[in-house]
Design a protein around this ligand. Structure first.
Ligand code: CTP
Length: 406
């Protein structure tokens, strides 16, 4: 997240529970990230967790005394298990060991952390669980049964990840990285306006090769499109992102298809379009490509004249999707350098889409902030200058509102 993005967890109180596992070291970083994002964090540890990391470290990072026992006499009413769950906006167990998941599934309450999980008000303090264990333990039918029980009881299971494990084996069971858990906690707090919807989005520039080492491209960074992909996923949508050549990390939970040229983007999007209910075209697709591709690098070779290229027009991906008989709800972007409203309105008509989002290309390309002008048949609405993630969330709200209309 950029410096211009507001604190994503301001005002949120996270009850972070650690059970025993080597992944406890990641929880130290997680506390740092949660607090940097504006949250307050109260740590509760099991005795097994204390074998892996000390309460001193976690107290220093969270700025609060860590609680480890239900007999902790510091609580005036001696009911830590009740108080902790009443203060929190969410309870996150990270790491959640196989044994601790089994305890949660059974509703056991023989130490403070499981006792607190059982005593928390279900409607006000939801449970997030980040499993961490050896791959055989994760794959075991008993663990899978317990995880299914937790899901049925309303818990959200975050991960686990696949990859190298502390035991030297490779497979499913690693705890998500701290940054991924942070993104999941932030997403958890967003309203689920697009729950169950499928959204397809293009982002970034395209690159049209002239020869093996050169090409035509543009200054689009892909940041706005990636922010919309993230915001849509946070809102509960299943998101497919078709990205031109950019070096941005894929938002969590988003399926990404990388392409280079406009033709590849067209080829990737068209078959997917009708499988989605929403299509958002943020990509700055190159309008033209060299008519022929030189197999080898064009050399100067002492020639006095510069090479000339014939260009041919690329297909208009947005217009092609909007012309499909069972088309999704289409949102186009207009990146202009002047007369934003006029050009946006022209594009609305020319591309036959219900919504065009105008922005000033030179003022926003590569930056973390933007301002948007939403233009539809009824009129226009400005989304004033803000960071791209906040704007993306507002746009998602607008799309959800339009889809909800009968
Ligand atoms: N678009 C597209 N395929 C293209 C060109 C544009 O899907 N070959 C989409 C963009 O993703 C954007 C919208 O169409 O959502 C408008 O793109 P823009 O480049 O601003 O408009 P153009 O149609 O290229 O018009 P012009 O270059 O004349 O402004």
């Amino acid at each position: 997240m950029s410096e211009t993005t507001p604190l994503q967890l301001a005002g949120k109180h996270v009850l972070l529970g650690l059970s025993g596992g080597i992944a406890c070291y990641k929880s130290a970083e997680l506390i740092r990230l949660l607090t940097k994002a504006g949250a307050t964090v109260q740590v509760v540890m099991t005795a097994a967790a204390e074998q892996f990391i000390t309460a001193v470290t976690l107290q220093a990072l969270s700025g609060r005394a860590v609680v480890t026992s239900q007999w902790d006499a510091r609580e005036p009413n001696n009911m830590a298990h009740i108080n902790l769950g009443r203060e929190a906006d969410v309870m996150l167990i990270a790491p959640a060991s196989a044994d601790f998941i089994a305890k949660l599934a059974q509703g056991r309450a023989d130490e403070l952390l499981s006792l607190t999980a059982l005593a928390r008000p279900l409607d006000r303090c939801p449970l997030l669980v980040a499993p961490a264990m050896n791959r055989e333990m994760w794959a075991h039918p008993a663990t899978q049964r317990n995880v299914a029980t937790l899901r049925a009881d309303g818990a959200l299971i975050l991960g686990p990840d696949a990859g190298d494990q502390a035991c030297g084996e490779v497979g499913d069971g690693r705890m998500l990285e701290a940054a991924d858990l942070l993104e999941e906690v932030i997403a958890f707090f967003q309203p689920k306006l697009l729950a169950g919807r499928k959204l397809l989005i293009t982002a970034g520039p395209t690159f049209e090769p002239i020869d093996p080492v050169r090409g035509i491209t543009n200054l689009s960074s892909g940041k706005m499109g990636f922010a919309i992909a993230r915001a849509a996923r946070e809102a509960g949508a299943e998101v497919t992102l078709v990205a031109g050549p950019v070096h941005l990390p894929t938002p969590r939970g988003v399926r990404r298809i990388d392409v280079r040229t406009a033709l590849q983007m067209h080829e990737a999007v068209l078959p997917l379009a009708t499988q989605h209910e929403i299509f958002v075209a943020t990509a700055a697709v190159a309008d033209w490509r060299p008519a022929t591709l030189n197999e080898h690098k064009i050399k100067k070779d002492g020639k006095k004249t510069s090479p000339t290229f014939e260009l041919t027009e690329n297909p208009d991906i947005l217009a092609a999707v909007a012309a499909l008989p069972d088309k999704p709800f289409c949102v186009g972007f207009a990146a202009e350098s002047q007369d934003l409203l006029k050009h946006a309105r022209e594009k609305l008509l020319r591309k036959k889409v219900p919504l065009i989002v105008g922005n000033l290309g030179p003022a926003t390309f590569g930056r973390d902030d933007n301002a948007l002008l939403l233009v539809d048949e009824q009129g226009q609405r400005e989304l004033p200058h803000s960071d791209k993630l906040s704007l993306a969330r507002e746009l998602v709200q607008e799309i959800a509102r339009r889809l909800a209309k009968p």
